[in-house]
Design a protein around this ligand. Structure first.
Ligand code: PLP
Length: 401
């Protein structure tokens, strides 16, 4: 993978050859996230985006505290999806004014905490308004709200659709005018709209189309709003290539489209700031998952590398995190990057389930017991999105390097 160098046959991450990094960490399996790659992701994207667009990090992609703290210094804001994530964002030093809280089923207690913190709450249901107003009265603080709209269109070509049709996320566009009346009647501090059409999209044109449609919808709804739109969060959906044949997202058309929308907004919604919220795009390429070969065995002509890591730490690479068809993440033998001898192997974990596969019939450098298997593109939806307690194996470590 191009974001990491190879030196003397070893992958170099955070400036260290992999075997030395493993010795430094003191155990396998572990995730390592590379600061230089994180910085490069943010800075290269910023270099393309029009200056008025705010770049937020969706913390759900990777909530490791040190990583969030590092990113908080690079982006304009953090999006959280629970009171637990809110704590991580605030601990990391994010300014409450730049934190937003979205997600279905927010509990009253969480809404109370959000008002006390002074963050922007993305309202996803009429039910959330009363506890927000109560918290506002109890705390003597205006509850800052934006309305998350479930649009009447879908993000074409996205891996996970989260808007359009019947959805538990957001308020259906046609119900928003009535909700805005309630926001006004309850005296909540309205700040804008949030639309999140979907995730993991590698087609720039469909992202641009969703942004244009989101903008047009927000403009229509702004007529019903109790106050000027100050925040227009257009979501994200920027994908990263995981599987053979997938290409990097072409950012230039998206940047051009956002420049056009920013120019229009300066006339239509002069107080509004456009916001992008990106998770995996910022962090996935910066992370690797590393595990060690515990056993190398043959079964009826096939070679299996059985490692000390697997689906309990990296559910997504095992193909069990929303994928319809299992495909291999990019995998390598990280301490034998230049090996001439290659063979087709299946890499598994130690769990007694056929689901525990990290690479299936993949050509890799010939490996032996003790070698280090690396799964690339692993900085998002890794440790925090995996069933680590399943079958009682040790937890993995996470390091920022
Ligand atoms: C509201 C919201 N924002 C941001 C994200 C982050 O998506 P991604 O990591 O694909 O950028 C998600 C993902 O589910 C989401 O639901």
């Amino acid at each position: 993978m191009g974001q990491f160098q190879v030196r003397n046959g070893e992958l170099v991450v955070g400036g260290l050859p992999l075997s030395r990094l493993a010795a430094r960490v003191g155990q396998t399996p572990f995730y390592a996230y590379d600061r230089a790659v994180l910085r490069e992701r943010v800075e290269s994207l910023r270099g393309l985006l029009p200056p008025g667009v705010a770049l937020h990090y969706a913390l759900k992609a990777n909530p490791m505290p040190a990583l969030v703290q590092f990113l908080a210094g690079l982006v304009d804001g953090i999006d959280v999806a629970s009171a637990g994530e809110l704590k991580v964002a605030l601990d990391a030093g994010a300014r409450p004014s730049d934190v937003s809280f979205a997600g279905p089923g927010k509990r009253d207690q969480e809404l109370h905490q959000a008002v006390a913190a002074g963050v922007l709450v993305h309202v996803e249901s009429p039910r959330e308004l009363r506890p927000l107003a109560d918290a506002s009265a109890a705390l003597g603080l205006g509850a800052r709200v934006a309305v998350r709209v479930n649009p009447d269109f879908e993000l074409k070509g996205s891996g996970m659709k989260m808007g359009g049709g019947p959805k538990p996320f957001g308020v259906d566009a046609e119900q928003v005018p009535a909700l805005l009346q309630e926001v006004r009647a309850m005296g909540l501090a309205f700040e804008g709209f949030h639309l999140f059409a979907g995730s993991q999209n590698l087609r720039a044109e469909s992202i641009c189309e969703a942004q244009r449609q989101s903008y047009a919808m927000a403009l229509r709804l702004a007529d019903h709003a109790p106050a000027a739109v100050r925040s227009l969060n257009l979501g994200g959906g920027f994908g990263v290539p995981y599987f053979p044949g997938e290409q990097h997202l072409d950012l230039q058309p998206i940047a051009d489209n956002l420049a056009e929308l920013t120019a229009r907004a300066s006339v239509d919604l002069p107080q509004a700031r456009l916001v992008l919220e990106l998770g995996r795009f910022l962090v996935a390429p910066a992370g690797i998952y590393v595990c060690r070969v515990v056993d190398r065995k043959q079964s009826r002509g096939q070679v299996f590398l059985v490692t000390d890591g697997g689906m309990h730490h990296h559910l997504a690479a095992s193909g069990n995190f929303g994928q319809v068809v299992r495909r291999n993440y990019p995998v390598a033998i990280g301490n034998r990057m230049d090996a001439a001898a290659r063979e087709t192997v299946t890499v598994t974990g130690p769990l007694c389930t056929p689901l525990d596969v990290l690479a299936e019939r993949m050509p890799l450098s010939q490996a032996a017991q003790g070698d280090l298997v690396v799964v690339f593109q692993s900085g998002a939806y890794g440790a925090s999105a995996s069933p680590s307690a399943f079958l009682g194996h040790p937890a993995c470590m996470e390091v920022l390097v």
